[in-house]
Design a protein around this ligand. Structure first.
Ligand code: ZN
Length: 308
């Protein structure tokens, strides 16, 4: 008899094995991780996560987002340019949904290297706070005007409530979803919004790349949300789902390329320089397909939810 596992999103025990993956963006990668699917809400969740205390073993030189543009050596300027494009897209998403209020307090959870906050803080009337477990490059003078807190934001006291909370690729890493949702509720003013971007397993890339799809990112990702999961996590008594989109600010091509490299057993901790030109060529060849990233569901979703 297979063991019963409880869905991390709806609590149902009507669950079964969906896919097994190796540790991703990690060397050695022999460990096997099992994602289950929920018969009630259709979400996928990791049944054998590592202890939170052990997680730092997976955020090393192998983890490309931590190395950022530096990983690309002499091509780092191109990557910085691409990152700047991403942060402008995030700013645009926020501005589209900005509540009609004079002065906006914005909280970014899991802010990482706070370039998005730096970008949006250029807007007048928006004050920003960023929280994360690790201060990634925060001492750079560029960020000196940002309010950044290295802490567990779920337990910390803030001086005020927020009009907007952003969570870019945060919720799939979360070990305590229900605590997170309650905390969102406490921290938002009435009418305030949360903008969430996460991977979407219902997209084309998961179907093509299967266990190499970077949305699994095992063991860093714990929860892969179905469309149905949003109304379960954010019930209509307290929340309004304002917008749901099957794309995000992260480029679908980038998501595909990471899975493509995963399949080829890339040594992630080494310089990415040798991969640069092949990436450019692939980007050009595949551009007719990824041109449709806002029309076809590739593997990213964005949901905007308002507190009633
Ligand atoms: Zn479920």
């Amino acid at each position: 008899m297979p063991e019963n596992h409880t869905c991390s999103i709806c609590g149902s025990t009507n669950t079964s094995l969906f896919i097994e993956t190796n540790a991703m963006m990690h060397t050695p990668n022999k460990e096997i991780y099992s994602f289950y699917t929920c018969g009630n809400c259709d979400s996928k969740f990791l049944i054998n996560p590592v202890n939170e205390e052990q997680l730092s073993k997976y955020y090393t030189e192998n983890y490309l987002p931590y190395r950022g543009a530096h990983a690309w050596g002499k091509f780092s300027k191109f990557v910085e340019w691409d990152d700047a494009k991403l942060n402008k897209a995030r700013k645009k998403t926020v501005l589209n949904f900005l509540p009609n209020q004079k002065s906006i307090q914005l909280l970014d959870v899991g802010c990482g290297k706070p370039d998005f906050l730096f970008e949006i803080s250029k807007e007048k009337d928006i004050s920003v706070t960023g929280v994360d477990f690790v201060a990634a490059d925060w001492d750079s003078p560029k960020y000196s005007n940002l309010s950044l807190m290295e802490c567990d934001w779920k337990d910390v006291e803030f001086k005020h409530k927020f009009n907007v909370i952003t969570a870019w690729h945060y919720l799939e890493h979360d070990y305590q979803l229900s605590k997170t949702v309650s905390r969102f509720h406490e921290l938002l003013i009435s009418g305030g919004i949360i903008i969430i971007e996460v991977p979407m397993f219902e997209g084309i890339l998961q179907k093509i790349q299967k266990k190499f799809w970077q949305g699994w990112h095992s063991p860093r990702h714990m929860n892969l949300f179905s469309k149905k999961s949003w109304s379960i996590l954010f019930p209509s008594e307290e929340w309004n789902i304002v917008s749901y989109k099957k794309y995000g600010t992260l480029s679908a091509f980038t998501l595909w390329w990471l899975g493509y490299r995963e399949r080829r057993n890339t040594e992630w901790a080494t310089s990415m320089e040798p991969y640069f030109w092949s990436l450019v060529i692939l980007k050009i060849i595949l551009s007719p397909i990824f041109l449709f990233e806002k029309l076809l569901p590739f593997g990213i979703q964005t949901v905007v939810i308002q507190k009633k």
